[in-house]
Design a protein around this ligand. Structure first.
Ligand SMILES: [Fe+2]
Ligand SMILES: [Fe+2]
Length: 369
């Protein structure tokens, strides 16, 4: 079914019924009442017991999971394991080998992360439909070019992995003991060069397979990009969970979100193994993060668990937490981060309109409404 942001006719009549009920009963009486399904009576029910806000949050998450799946699929075709669980592509030996410098199991992890993302959007869409709500379908935007390197399928894509500007500040964000993005703090990138240009994270064609330091730089870029993507999901789920209404929808967010964190933890560890080098074709530098001016708590590569930091108020003791988790504007923030990453380069204005609308509706969701 095509993604549809408009309400159905039956939804409209249900909503006007609710509004009438409000007008007649008065806020006090309504506030105390509950529907049989356990939802507050003031909640705007979209369909099948799902509130408008819950449906909006699930739809935004479904859209992002579809986009995640698309990018992971591209990584898997060239650098993962192509099998019946994650079909498509035949692998690039040189790229797979360069990725394995970060960890011998990179292909397995890429495969598993790809499968996870596929199940995330498939489940959320199925859940939406089970409640009579519209699922998300972005198929009309599968128009971006594939890699021309041997091993990739030649099909239309939603995301572009060949012109990325990767923000690696998650690295220092999770290593800081005194700062938190929810307090307005900012963090330096681990690999400053990745923020100063557009770099491929997959070989664009077979010319990218050499020289050795070039294909390694592409694999390193992928390694840092994997963690960038998954730390985003790590924050997004708890951020949005604060505004869902139905306990079952909360359970969905609380059950999927931590798998993003498992991914992030894995990728952060692997990115730390990316060899220091300079790409001879474009000058991109991957520094030795264990040596001055890097190193120490801010950069040391084996500090892959979160350092405790400030949370909620400085009056509390530091605590080891996911960061950020502020809920205001979380959906739009996630969309902006992915856009700034370069993932959507080449998409038409309509694509951004659809994504903005979904993010806006998710950010308008309120617990109980
Ligand atoms: Fe996901
Ligand atoms: Fe993910």
């Amino acid at each position: 079914m095509e993604h549809n942001v408009q309400q159905s006719k039956s939804t409209t009549s249900r909503r006007s019924f609710l509004r009438k009920g409000l007008a007649v009963g008065g806020a006090g009486a309504i506030g105390a009442g509950l529907f049989a399904n356990g939802l507050p009576a003031f909640a705007e029910v979209e369909s099948g017991g799902l509130t408008k806000g819950d449906a909006a949050i699930l739809r935004f998450l479904s859209a992002l999971e579809i986009l995640e799946t698309d990018l992971w699929q591209q990584y898997n075709e060239l650098g993962g394991i192509q099998d019946s669980e994650v079909p498509g592509g035949t692998g690039s030996a040189a790229y797979t080998k360069a990725l394995k410098v970060l960890d011998g199991d990179m292909d397995q992890y890429i495969h598993d992360n790809t499968e996870d993302e596929f199940t995330h959007f498939t489940f959320i869409n199925a859940y939406l439909m089970s409640k009579g709500a519209d699922p998300v379908n972005l198929d009309k935007f599968r128009t971006l070019p594939s890699s021309k390197a041997t091993g990739a399928q030649d099909i239309g894509r939603l995301t572009n992995l060949m012109q990325l500007t990767v923000d690696t500040s998650y690295w220092t964000k999770y290593r800081s003991r005194t700062k938190n993005p929810d307090f307005g703090d900012t963090f330096p990138p681990a690999v400053p060069g990745l923020l100063k240009g557009q770099f491929p994270a997959i070989p664009r064609d077979n010319n990218d397979l050499s020289p050795a330091d070039h294909i390694q730089a592409i694999a390193n870029t992928a390694g840092f990009h994997f963690a960038f993507i998954e730390q985003g999901g790590t924050s997004l789920y708890p951020s949005l969970a604060q505004r869902v209404t139905h306990p079952e929808v909360l359970r969905i967010l609380l059950s999927i979100g931590p798998t993003e964190t498992q991914h992030f933890q894995t990728w952060q560890d692997k990115a730390g193994n990316a060899p220091a080098l300079t790409d001879p074709t474009n000058g991109l530098v991957f520094p030795d993060l264990n040596s001055p001016p890097f190193g120490g708590e801010d950069f040391q590569t084996n500090l892959i668990m979160p350092e405790p930091t400030i949370f909620l108020s400085r009056k509390f003791p530091p605590v080891s937490i996911i960061r950020p988790t502020a809920t205001k504007g979380a959906a739009m923030g996630a969309l902006k981060a992915l856009t700034d990453d370069g993932l959507f380069i080449g998409q038409p204005p309509e694509f951004f309109d659809v994504l903005h609308k979904l993010a806006k509706q998710a950010d308008a969701a309120r617990h109980g409404g």
